[in-house]
Design a protein around this ligand. Structure first.
Ligand SMILES: CC(C)(COP(=O)(O)OP(=O)(O)OC[C@H]1O[C@@H](n2cnc3c(N)ncnc32)[C@H](O)[C@@H]1OP(=O)(O)O)[C@@H](O)C(=O)NCCC(=O)NCCS
Length: 183
């Protein structure tokens, strides 16, 4: 388990004492699904992410890691293995009042640790959050470099075939970064 001490940001509704508490980064449980769905689909309603059904969350539950504060899910993200040499970060989100407090970074690092532990050397994301992923060591790559398998999912996307998301990738076997180190 990974513990991170943070305070909610200035726009948050929680008390100033909240920083005394802890945010837990852990694997998702079935009980987290309604909260994860609310989080992701809230952003999806603003066209910042793709919507996910409860069924999709249950079906892929083992891919998910969550950030929890006092029993409440305040962030989540998934690592989906695509092939022997690559995995995708999906459904990454942090509740608006908790953003810019390092929780997205902790979630991504946990997912990269998971990829490294599974022996997957490369992780990509399709995202609008280029600056965030760059801060974590990802770089922009051409859409054409992504594995054909993901285009199956794209067929179900309302934006297909006019995808405006940015493809970003990180290699985990580098010796010059800290992306695969523990939190
Ligand atoms: C993208 C998202 C997950 C980032 O989570 P977060 O908890 O706010 O990010 P962090 O606080 O861990 O930020 C890590 C670094 O990225 C930077 N960063 C985060 N969001 C950024 C943005 N929109 N623009 C520029 N930099 C950003 C932070 O300043 C921080 O930089 P540092 O290395 O100097 O400290 C969050 O903004 C979010 O949920 N967005 C809506 C959903 C979404 O777009 N998800 C991505 C789907 S792939």
């Amino acid at each position: 388990m990974v513990l991170l001490r943070v305070q909610p940001n200035a726009k948050g509704v929680r008390s100033p004492m909240a920083g005394e508490d802890e945010v837990l980064i852990r694997k998702a449980l079935v009980r987290d699904v309604p909260a994860m769905a609310r989080l992701i689909n809230g952003f999806a309603a603003r066209e910042l992410m793709l919507p996910r059904s409860h069924y999709q969350f249950y079906q892929h539950l083992r891919d998910f890691t969550v950030a929890e504060y006092r029993g409440e899910v305040i962030g989540c993200g998934a690592l989906q293995i695509i092939w022997e040499d690559q995995a995708e970060i999906r459904s990454l989100a942090v509740a608006p009042e908790w953003q810019r407090r390092g929780i997205g970074r902790r979630l991504v690092r946990a997912l990269l640790d998971e990829a490294a532990a599974l022996g997957v050397p490369s992780v990509f994301a399709l995202t609008y959050q280029q600056a965030f992923f760059e801060r974590l060591g990802f770089h922009v790559v051409p859409h054409e470099s992504l594995p054909h398998k993901i285009w199956g999912d794209c067929l179900n996307c309302p934006k297909f075939p006019n995808c405006d998301e940015i493809a970003m990738r990180i290699e985990l076997n580098r010796e010059d970064g800290d992306e695969t180190q523990s939190h």
